[in-house]
Design a protein. Structure first.
Length: 135
C-alpha cells in the first residue's frame, strides 16, 4: 500500500503571456467532496465565456487572461477552505478516534434541519459560483 500525499494549493498567478492554467494546473484540490473536476469544468466554461470571442477576433491580452483568474479564484479559495474544514474537523477526528464514532454537532444539525440539509449537495454539485456557457 502507498500513502497518497494530498496538497491543497494554488498558483499565485494562473497566467503568463500566451499561457493560462485552469483546473488542476492552477489549483490542487483535496479529494474531499470529489469537487476537483467540477471546478475544472467551471474554470473551462468561464475561460470559454471570457476568451472565445477575443480568440476568434485574433488574440487575447494578458489582461484577458488575468480576468479568468479574477473570476475563478474566489470560488476556488472558498471551496478549498471548505474542504480543509471538513478534513480537519470531521475526517481527521473520525480517523483518530477509537471506538464508536459520533458525528460532529455541525454534521448532526445538517441532517436534522431541512433548510440546511440541501447545502452540502448544492456546494458539491454546483459550487460557490456556478458557470453557464454563454456561447
Amino acid at each position: 500500500m502507498k500513502l497518497l500525499t494530498v496538497q491543497v494549493n494554488r498558483l499565485r498567478r494562473w497566467w503568463q503571456p500566451g499561457l493560462l492554467c485552469i483546473g488542476d494546473t492552477a489549483h490542487a484540490m483535496s479529494p474531499v467532496g470529489g469537487v476537483g473536476v467540477n471546478l475544472a469544468i467551471q474554470d473551462a466554461v468561464a475561460t470559454a465565456n471570457i476568451l472565445a470571442a477575443k480568440l476568434k477576433r485574433g488574440g487575447v491580452t494578458p489582461t484577458d487572461l488575468a480576468s479568468v483568474q479574477l473570476r475563478r479564484e474566489r470560488p476556488t479559495r472558498l471551496t478549498q477552505r471548505l474542504q480543509l474544514i471538513i478534513q480537519n474537523r470531521v475526517i481527521a477526528p473520525a480517523l483518530s478516534q477509537r471506538g464508536p464514532i459520533e458525528a460532529p454537532l455541525a454534521l448532526r444539525l445538517l441532517t436534522r434541519m431541512p433548510i440546511l440539509r440541501d447545502l452540502p449537495g448544492r456546494f458539491i454539485g454546483l459550487g460557490f459560483q456556478p458557470e453557464h456557457p454563454t456561447l
